[in-house]
Design a protein around this ligand. Structure first.
Ligand code: GLA
Length: 383
């Protein structure tokens, strides 16, 4: 964990509010495989990363919440017991949302002074939003002695996103950020929230993220559309989610729904199977199969689920030309953000240079590359 970052955020807080804060470090996440399966009650294989949002906070004895977004140099103040006007797309919605959801379940909270900042790239599909939500809910849990379990906290974070941000997200991001464990990925069954830990040791290979640095504006509405489509198909078959639907059952709808919708549902069923095959590959130390599953996941996200974009596809097509990259796929909701690549450690520098140069030639803009050690979940830190 970046100690310097923790000190910097703490100093900002002390400067602004003249008192000692409680500090929470809350990580972003990657997802090895299992995309758009979480809200279908399916399987995902995410991990927390060592990039974090640090939330510093302390009670102020009033009913006012003061929030400083250090990296953006912005401050927002609101009265916790009054209805708030939300500004679409603004970071304050995550904080207003978490406090609002806590109040809905009768948690007794008061005014707080908050300052936060971090090193999770924004809009890159690394769940900086879930990290902030989890950081705020963990801060409140600590300051007001709410006694919430981690499971309860992530439900609050998710509801904040649904009701105050307007994205009908699944539980993967909040779960991975809260429960992450160093050097392990989590096989999460999103139906039961049962989790199994997989040690991540790719030997000669490592995971590398390449950020397209684009986020196409239709991302949120397309996300909610996909979720609604999947639920409608499951409901037509008398099921609550696609997790309960077999390929055979789905086939009975083939003439009743559009081909595009049918393909989306097929993708979800197949992606669930891929996640389970991927964990088997991990058990067998079979990186080649794991990589192939990553490429197949991308293919499905592009062709069937239709959530990729030209920038992501370019990076994947380019990755496929290197035998040193065993697999790659877009990661997260789609329409921009990062690809995740399983790449041979000895060839990272050369390949990264070639891929980023080619990307710049085509799009005229830079993509960024991140090495992502796998870190721990949301936690209080003491300096
Ligand atoms: C976003 C959502 C997650 C998940 C992914 C796609 O990150 O927040 O819940 O649905 O997209 O896998």
């Amino acid at each position: 964990m970046d100690k310097q970052l923790l000190h910097t955020i703490k100093e900002h807080f002390v400067d602004a509010y003249k008192k000692e804060p409680v500090l929470i470090a809350s990580p972003g996440r990657i997802n090895l495989i299992g995309e758009h399966t979480d809200y279908n009650n399916g399987f995902v294989l995410p991990a927390a990363i060592d990039k974090i949002t640090v939330v510093a906070g302390q009670k102020n004895g009033t009913t006012v919440c003061n929030c400083i977004a250090i990296d953006l140099n912005e401050k927002v103040t609101f009265e916790i017991n009054q209805d708030k006007e939300l500004i679409q797309g603004h970071w304050s919605n995550y904080i207003i949302g978490v406090l609002g959801e806590l109040q809905k379940i009768d948690c007794k909270i008061g005014g707080i002074d908050i300052a936060f900042g971090g090193n999770i790239p924004l809009g890159a599909g690394l769940s900086s939003s879930a990290a902030l939500e989890n950081g705020i809910v963990a801060l409140c849990n600590e300051l007001f002695e709410l006694g919430l379990s981690k499971e309860e906290m992530i439900q609050i974070s998710q509801k904040a996103e649904h009701h105050y941000v307007g994205v009908q997200c699944g539980i993967m991001d909040q779960y991975a950020s809260m429960f992450g464990k160093e050097d392990t990925a989590i096989l999460l069954d999103c139906k039961t929230l049962e989790a199994k830990i997989y040690p991540i040791a790719f030997k000669d290979y490592e995971l590398l993220l390449i950020n397209t640095n684009v986020k196409h504006s239709l991302a949120d509405s397309a996300y909610n559309d996909r979720r609604a489509t999947c639920e409608a198909i499951a409901n037509r078959l008398g099921k609550t989610s696609l997790r309960e639907v077999s390929k055979k059952e789905l086939a009975t709808l083939i003439s009743e729904i559009t081909t595009a919708d049918y393909e989306k549902a097929v993708y979800v069923l197949e992606e669930n199977e891929r996640v389970l095959s991927a964990t088997q590959a991990l058990d067998n130390d079979d990186m080649i199969t794991f990589g192939k599953l990553m490429y197949a996941s991308h293919q499905g996200l592009k062709e069937q689920y239709q959530v990729s974009c030209p920038e992501l596809d370019t990076l994947i097509d380019k990755a496929k030309t290197y035998p040193e990259i065993l697999g790659a796929r877009m990661m997260g909701g789609g329409f921009g953000g990062c690809t995740i690549n399983l790449i041979h450690k000895n060839h990272v520098a050369r390949i990264v240079k070639e891929i980023t140069t080619a990307y710049k030639m085509i799009y005229g803009s830079e993509c960024e590359v991140y090495r992502v050690p796998i870190g721990n979940g949301t936690q209080q830190v003491f300096l």
